[in-house]
Design a binder for this molecule. Structure first.
Ligand code: ATP
Ligand code: MG
Length: 117
C-alpha cells in the first residue's frame, strides 16, 4: 500500500485477493483502516503501520490485533467477521459493519444498558 490518502480508487492486495479502496475510515495507533469493496460486499482492510506512538509500546502489532480480536470474541462481544490475515504484508480484512461506533454511541449517551452491564 502507498501513502494512506492516495489509496482511494486503487486496489489493495491481501493474500492475492484484490479489494477496491473507497476511503480511509480511520487511523489508529497500530494501523490504517479502509472501506473497500470485494466485488460482493463492503469490507475493511487494515494496514498495520510502524509509526511511533508516544503512549503505547508494541510487540508484534498484527499478533496483538489478532489476540485482542480473539479475546473480545471469546468473552462474548459481537465482532465483525475476520475474513483474511496476511502476515507478510501485515494486513487484515474484516467484514464491514454499518452504523455508529461504540465511541460515538457513548458520546451521545446512546449505548444500550445491556452493553454497559
Ligand atoms: N469492521 C468495521 N466496520 C465498520 N467500520 C470499521 C470497521 N473496522 C474499523 N472501522 C472504522 O475504522 C475506524 C478505525 O478502525 P481501527 O480498527 O483501525 O481503529 P483503532 O482500533 O482505533 O486502531 P488501532 O488499533 O490501530 O489503534 C473505526 O473507528 C471505525 O470507524
Ligand atoms: Mg484497535
Amino acid at each position: 500500500m502507498g501513502a494512506p490518502e492516495q489509496l482511494r480508487g486503487t486496489h489493495v492486495n491481501v493474500n492475492g485477493k484484490e479489494y477496491f479502496v473507497q476511503k480511509l475510515l480511520g487511523k489508529g495507533k497500530g494501523g490504517y483502516s479502509y472501506l473497500a469493496w470485494d466485488g460482493d460486499r463492503k469490507v475493511v482492510p487494515k494496514q498495520i503501520h510502524h509509526e511511533p506512538c508516544s503512549y503505547y509500546n508494541f510487540g508484534n502489532k498484527i499478533e496483538a490485533e489478532l489476540n485482542d480480536y480473539q479475546h473480545l470474541k471469546y468473552i462474548g462481544i459481537p465482532m465483525p467477521m475476520m475474513i483474511d490475515v496476511d502476515r507478510d504484508q501485515e494486513r487484515i480484512v474484516k467484514e464491514y459493519i454499518d452504523g455508529p461506533t461504540v465511541f460515538e454511541m457513548v458520546l451521545h449517551d446512546q449505548l444500550p444498558k445491556t452493553c454497559v452491564d
